[in-house]
Structures are given as C-alpha cells and as structure tokens.
Ligand binder design. Structure first.
Ligand SMILES: C[S@@+](CC[C@H](N)C(=O)[O-])C[C@H]1O[C@@H](n2cnc3c(N)ncnc32)[C@H](O)[C@@H]1O
Length: 359
C-alpha cells in the first residue's frame, strides 16, 4: 500500500507564497488532516486511557439528564424525537441517551443521527450506538455534516465540538495586530509571525492592549453554528463547551487559551509531533451567540453547566438513579460524579438555542 503524504508535505502544500502558514491552517491539519490529524487517526478515544475526558465519559447520569431534557422538548405525546449528536466522540453518550429515550418514550418514537467530520470517529461511534439501537429497531443515520442530512427537525447536542475547531491567533505588537502561524525551515515546523493581512481579531480598532496580548478567533466554529441554523427547521440545539464572552477572554487570558493535551497532560512543544495530541481553545461565546442569531436561532439559555443541569432536572434524576442502585459503592460513585458535573466544569458554558416556532 502506497504511503499517503506526510504532515510536512501536506503543510507545505497549504503554505502561502511567502511560506507562511496561518495557525488555523496548521491546526486544521494537526486535528483533521487526512491520515495525519489527531481525529483522522483516532488513536486514543476519550476517557481515562485516552488524552482527555469530557462530561460524556464521567458517568451515565449525564446522559440521563440530557435524554430527559431532550424528551421534554418533543412536541406532543405521540411525536417522534430525532436525537442528533454532532461530534459524538466514542459514541458512548449517544448510546446511553438512546437507551434512556427508548425507556422513557418508547423505541418507536426515537431516531438517531450521528454527525462527525472524522470518518474514523464516526464509524466507531456508529458501531457503539448500533449495539443499543439495532436490537430496539431504532433507525441510525450518519453524516459528515448537518447539511448532508438536509432539513432536520430534532434535538441536536454538541459537547466539546466548538472548542475542537481550528483558531486564528493574533498578537498585539504594541501598535498593530500580527498574525501567528508557522513556517517550514529545513523540514522542521517553526513558529512564525507576520503583519495581520486578514481583518485581525475584529476587536474595537480604537482600543489598546498590553503588548504581547494574544487573541484567538474561530470562523470555523461560527460557521458550524450558522450551518445548524440553516438546516434545523424545528427543535433545539445545545453547544456545551469551555468558553466565555470575548471581553472576559481578552482580559482573563492575555496569552490565549490554546491547549494541547496528551495522556491528560498539557504539552508545550506541540508543534513537534502534530497529530499526536488533542488541541483545543476556549470558545468565544460573544461571536458564537452572534452567529446563532445570524443563523436564525433563538436563544433559550446561555448558562454554566451546573445551572443547565439543575434546570434540566438533575436533582430528581439523581434520586431516581440512586433508587435503582443496590451497591453503596455505586451510589457513592454517582454522588461524586454529580459533584464533578456541577462544580468541576467552572469555565464551561451551555448555549441552548431553538429553531422554528417556540415549543
Ligand atoms: C473533543 S471531541 C468531543 C467528543 C464527544 N462529544 C465528547 O464529549 O466526548 C470533538 C469531536 O468533534 C468532531 N468534529 C470536529 N469538527 C466537526 C464538525 N465540523 N462536524 C462534526 N463533528 C466534528 C471530532 O471529530 C471529534 O469527534
């Protein structure tokens, strides 16, 4: 089998005429580049043995709360619910949600769609969800984007999808913005910088910042939100992510928020081994909320994870789940997971949006 192009070959094909590669182009390749990107390779699924974990892997109670809320958004007693997860990771959350929805609504009222840009992760998630859905006769559809599904009606959930999108990075030099990126020097990828030729981070042109302030922007994340708005004809979408308002990000993170994780540990030298670490950056919710409005989505909630889970009924659901458990060890594990879900995701925000007429 002929080996595909290397990371360096793919990167040089994406360089501008002056050899500069903007940071978002490098990051896109490092995460999603064919055969070389972190998500294209699917080396380590999330969880204790992987590089990162999310609320989805913490405990089944998370899925139970999400499923309960999704079910409460179904239009009528007899209505069907299409559960749509974007970026389903290992498929564990969707598998549990589908089982919970089937129990609470009846399998005949449930459908599933899984959307992932990475074919490798999508196949893994589909297999995991089918283990639950197929025996219950629940239809499962897969797609690379919501646009591929066409107009859809349902409950869309995206956990840590937007923070996994490539970001442009800008640095304030004291008098202007410069754009951060990389260059190839003797076959090695090195950090590079050039005067910002694009619009820059789009902040108030009259304002001034500390020299060296770094600001990130993700037009890709904004485009995903607009795309959901364009295709969701009725129902809800929830984006749950690390992030904050733009003013909080600029003031609170003057060196930017880009993070590389391998084996749950932060890595400083992430340029050296692209594709071997997860990369993420906080979501700029000021831009994301504006993109949602531009996409015709109506804001239902913009809250912390704990406020969201409380509003979605976690208290009663924990009592119900605890009642089903027989071993005290399992009950303690449930309590610890709830504590973590409510108090361990301090910089996490859940943006819930509605499409079509209010339900
Ligand atoms: C950080 S992982 C989160 C996985 C999972 N939601 C969880 O909480 O464990 C991000 C996922 O989003 C997927 N992804 C990235 N861009 C996407 C896009 N434009 N559409 C759908 N999925 C995407 C990645 O391939 C990956 O599976």
């Amino acid at each position: 089998v002929a080996a595909g192009p290397t990371f360096t070959e793919l990167l040089s094909a994406r360089a501008d005429a002056d050899g500069f590669v903007p940071f978002d182009r490098w990051m896109d390749l490092a995460l999603y580049g064919p055969s070389v990107g972190y998500y294209a390779r699917r080396a380590n699924p999330p969880g204790p043995a992987g590089d990162f974990y999310t609320a989805a892997q913490l405990h089944p109670i998370f899925a139970e709360v999400v499923a309960h809320h999704a079910a409460s958004c179904v239009p009528s007693e007899s209505g069907r619910l299409r559960w749509i997860e974007m970026g389903p990771g290992d498929g564990g959350l969707s598998a549990r949600v589908v089982a919970d929805l089937a129990r609470d609504l009846g399998a005949r009222r449930v459908e599933v769609a899984l959307i992932d840009r990475s074919a490798a992760w999508l196949a893994g998630a589909e297999a995991r969800v089918r283990e639950v859905a197929d025996p219950l006769g629940i239809p499962v559809t897969t797609a690379g984007s919501i646009a591929e599904l066409g107009p859809v009606d349902g409950f869309v959930f995206a956990n840590e999808l937007l923070d996994a999108q490539p970001v442009e990075r800008y640095r304030w030099t004291g008098s202007a913005w410069s754009e951060l990126g990389v260059r190839l020097r003797d076959g090695t990828v090195v950090p590079a910088e050039r005067p910002a030729s694009r619009a820059g981070p789009g902040l108030d042109p009259a304002a001034r910042w500390e020299t060296g302030t770094i600001v990130e922007r993700s037009p890709r994340a904004e485009a995903i939100v607009r795309e959901v708005g364009d295709h969701l004809t009725a129902g809800r979408v929830v984006f749950a992510d690390y992030g904050a308002e733009e003013s909080e990000l600029v003031a609170g993170h003057p060196h930017g928020t880009l993070a590389a994780l391998r084996g749950h540990r932060p890595i400083e030298e992430f340029l050296a081994e692209p594709g071997s670490a997860d990369l993420s950056a906080f979501v700029n919710f000021t831009r994301i909320r504006a993109a949602a409005r531009a996409g015709g989505l109506r804001e239902v909630g913009y809250r912390s994870q704990s406020e969201t889970l409380v509003d979605w009924g976690i208290e009663a659901l924990v009592a119900r789940a605890s009642g089903r458990l027989t071993r005290s060890e399992e009950k303690v594990r449930l309590q610890l997971a709830v504590k973590n879900l409510l108090f361990g995701f301090g910089t996490f925000r859940c943006l819930e949006l509605g499409a079509g007429p209010a339900r």
